[in-house]
Design a protein around this ligand. Sequence first.
Ligand SMILES: Nc1nc2c(c(=O)[nH]1)N[C@H]1C(S)=C(S)[C@@H](COP(=O)(O)O)O[C@H]1N2
Ligand SMILES: [Mo]
Length: 511
Amino acid sequence: MRNRLLHALSWAGFGVLATLVGVAAGHLVAALTEPASSPVLAVGSQVIDLTPTPLKEWAIQQFGTHDKTILVGSVLLGVLVLAAVAGLLARRRFRYGAALLVVLVAIPAGAALHRPGSSVTDLLPSLVAGVVGVAALWWLCRAAQPHGARETPATGTGPSRRGVLVATGTLAVAGAVMGGAGRWITSYRTRVTQIALPDPSDPAPAFPTGLDRRVPGITDFRTPLDDFYRVDTRLTLPIVDADGWTLTIDGDVDQEVTFTLDDLLAMDLIERDITLTCVSNEVGGRYVGGARWLGVPLTALLAQAGIDGTRADQILSTDVDGMTISTPLDIATDGRDAMIAVGMNGESLRIEHGFPARMVVPGLYGFVSACKWITRMTLTTYADQEAYWTKRDWATDAPIKISSRVDTPKPLATIDPGRTVIGGIAWAQHQGGIDKVEVRVDDGEWQEARLGKSAGNDYWRQWYLPWTAESGQHTLSSRAVSGDGDPQVAERATPFPDGSSGIQEVVVIVS
Ligand SMILES: Nc1nc2c(c(=O)[nH]1)N[C@H]1C(S)=C(S)[C@@H](COP(=O)(O)O)O[C@H]1N2
Ligand SMILES: [Mo]
């Protein structure tokens, strides 16, 4: 009985091993061609695109930046369960198992073809995965049933233990090598590339000193690139060649124009401090970051295409892979510092932040303004064309809501009684910046916090309040008022469809 179970398990294992080797081979081929077409990633991306918005929001809230790891892990787990079944089928008849594997690869093949901007060559990784997987399964079957026996006797040592060991060992090593090589090649191809950035013709003023040192635990006044949040629909970074990259403006314009990166770098550049915020940020969340951006004013580019007579009400931006983001044209051209950015904190953009160029529009959430890896801006109407998130029922007009966050003490921290500091950050981009922040301990009065220096109306502001902590459990809250005089809205709202609101409550233990 026990022997039988072990036997069945080892066949399930054959299916899993054969599939893993196939997936690794597919991953390697994808790394050399188009990383996003790797079997598991292609399926994962398809899942992202098909997931209903509420479920996606739930996953982002639940797993934060790990949501993608968990997604890929779940897809892989599902594949491996089916792979085990394929192994069990192969024990009866190799053909059955092989057939299931072929069905299994058809899914990523379809998904890879379904990606925007995909080509037939994107089928290659899935094809290779299928061929290698089936071949590996065949080898394992042969090793386990050298005489073509369909059913091995439940007793006895089983045929060719050595053959099985050689096959499993070789396949495991081959799988690991191919998988590792695929990873390495992908990370090599998406490594940081620096382009020489010219000086801005319109530089930002000297950056004020923040409270970074004075208030331990407070958010850096300028977010280091390594810490800057990243939100996008991608599972892999795109491979963009700066030399071949172009940005085209088309649609309802006087004339279509196309810029190379050198064209952009030769134009007058502005430098601005702007705080980016994601609509998926919950009150108190981490999807917000402040940086110094270098770029070409959007209006300078639009002027070259000519938009005076346009009937367009949106700019539909398209990225290297065909992903689309809409931006209200009137807001983008109302005089604010909207730009096509090529630099961030004095460096060229990191790949994850849109290398070589992206849009930045102060005051609008990223999903309606901050298209990364941008290649096209189409002047069109909301009635005519829908962007990725518009199709998923998100708002099209989405100004960033005034918000504040307690950085220190951390939620559920245990701190010593006595003198300490409550500190954090608040933002009201393009609404006059932050004028006032108030802090409340438990049910006490709202007390006015001290503000750090201002880096402009489009940038967040640090704040702190000295506090004498008494033993017990306490709830800390903050609320902000914008320079335009509007208060942070206390009424709770979820991120969907146009951004969260509410007052954060941080519980700490003083003992
Ligand atoms: N091409 C592309 N651009 C994109 C996205 C995306 O998924 N694809 N996500 C947007 C969202 S939702 C946000 S909040 C910002 C985040 O920019 P960051 O990752 O540089 O912080 O990028 C925006 N630009
Ligand atoms: Mo976002």
